[in-house]
Write a protein that binds this ligand. Structure first.
Ligand code: C5P
Length: 406
């Protein structure tokens, strides 16, 4: 319940603003009083009259409302309330917040507050996936702001599908409730006191001093899991192959190149409560790495590369008598027979769960920002919808926290 909670609801300009009207009802039926701020954009979509009728409170629209400012209006809105909820939050508002811009009442309140802020973004999928928005969201998460959604599905205005739809009013009201309930402060850090080891990215297997064998893994999913685990309070060791994504904040990162180095780094980092092997480890390496750059010998015949098998890190840990963590999670990136292969890996490598995904080129998963996964375990198969890699990470972390508590 939100009994006696005072919520400032910032409505910014997007078609999802029509859902804010329902959100007001959901918040009020849980006992909250709702004090709305509407940006200029929001007023293009819904009217202050409708919002005021549903909140039964004054609706704030302008930074320099003389009546309210005599009362230090925007500072009061920033301070005297339990929660600031932004729904819908446009890409523009998210960007302004991330940069501390305060050029209207909504952004001034957001800059002046130290109360919890919950953001429900709503934007076109391309805007959500744009690297600028990705950066802004990471900055805000780092600043301790909370997000709910966006969900995947069809966009109201364009019919385009993807991640960007505002979360449903009930989901937002529940997230507000969870955030404000005392119990949630512990629940916000469900992995505190846990150590988690994660592998991420590709490995590079040298052919000679200048060449190597690699794969298309970007490290985005493994790094997102590391960030989500830290956010959930875990102590995280991330063993990363060569990637261009930045080290997540608050994580101990060990940078490696080869599978052999990755295995060493993982065994050094153990013991842990959980290990998540998200790296795309090369199955083979060149048997004898050339000490010098291999040259054409003029015969027209290419050199033969003899390969030898790499250690399987997941299987090694899975079968280890002392180092195997309580929960061991592998990934299975496949282009065919997804489930069959994932189930095989679960058994062969002695993993508890396999996060399986189809990485056929047409899915765009490898290197992309979205992922469609299936969680395979002894209990069966769970299909997840198409989600942002950050959201896959947070759901996985929530599932891990639950499994450790059971
Ligand atoms: O390569 P494969 O599809 O078998 O990988 C499945 C799982 O095994 C992944 O979690 C991957 O990180 C792990 N693996 C590993 N060491 C290898 C190969 C794969 O840890 N040499």
């Amino acid at each position: 319940m939100l009994t006696n909670k005072r919520v400032v609801l910032i409505i910014s300009g997007g078609i999802a603003a029509y859902k804010s009207l329902d959100l007001i009802r959901r918040l009020r039926e849980r006992g909250a009083s709702v004090h709305a701020i509407m940006t200029r954009g929001a007023r293009e979509f819904i009217t202050p009259l409708a919002v005021g009728a549903l909140t039964a409170q004054k609706v704030y629209t302008d930074l320099f409302d003389r009546e309210a400012e005599q009362d230090v209006g925007h500072i009061r809105l920033a301070r005297d309330y339990d929660l600031i909820l932004i729904a819908p939050a446009t890409a523009d508002l998210v960007a302004k917040m991330a940069h501390g811009i305060a050029d209207d009442l909504a952004t001034a309140v957001l800059l002046a507050t130290d109360n919890p802020v919950l953001i429900a973004p709503a934007m076109n999928p391309k805007m959500w996936q744009n690297p600028a928005t990705r950066r802004n969201v990471e900055v805000l998460r780092g600043d301790g702001k909370h997000f709910i959604g966006p969900n995947s599905g069809e966009m109201a205005e364009s019919g385009e599908a993807g991640v960007g739809r505002m979360a449903e009013p009930v989901e937002i009201a529940e997230a507000a409730e969870a955030l404000l309930s005392g119990a949630d402060n512990a629940a916000n850090k469900p992995l505190s006191g846990r150590h988690i080891v994660i592998t991420s990215g590709p490995t590079h297997e040298p052919i000679d001093p200048v060449r190597y064998i690699a794969n298309r893994s970007s490290g985005k999913q493994g790094h997102a899991i590391a960030a989500a685990a830290v956010e959930a309070g875990a102590q995280v060791t991330l063993v990363s192959g060569p990637v261009s994504v930045p080290d997540p904040k608050g994580v101990d990162v060990v940078h490696v190149e080869t599978a052999a180095q990755m295995l060493d780094a993982v065994t050094n980092a153990l013991p842990a409560d959980v290990a998540i092997m998200a790296a795309a480890v090369a199955d083979w390496r060149v048997a004898s790495e050339g000490a010098q750059k291999i040259k054409k010998d003029g015969s027209g015949k290419p050199p033969a590369l003899e390969l030898t098998e790499n250690p399987d890190i997941l299987a090694t840990i899975g079968h280890h008598e002392t180092l195997r963590p309580r929960l061991l999670i592998g990934f299975a990136a496949e282009t065919q027979n997804l489930l069959e292969n994932a189930k095989g890996k679960l058994q062969r490598k002695r993993a508890d769960w396999i996060v399986a995904n189809d990485v056929s080129p047409e899915t765009g998963i490898m290197g992309g920002d979205a992922n469609t996964v299936r969680i395979v375990s002894a209990d069966g198969v769970e299909d997840w919808p198409d989600l942002d890699k950050g959201e896959v990470a947070r759901r996985l972390v929530a599932r891990i926290a639950k499994a450790l508590d059971d």
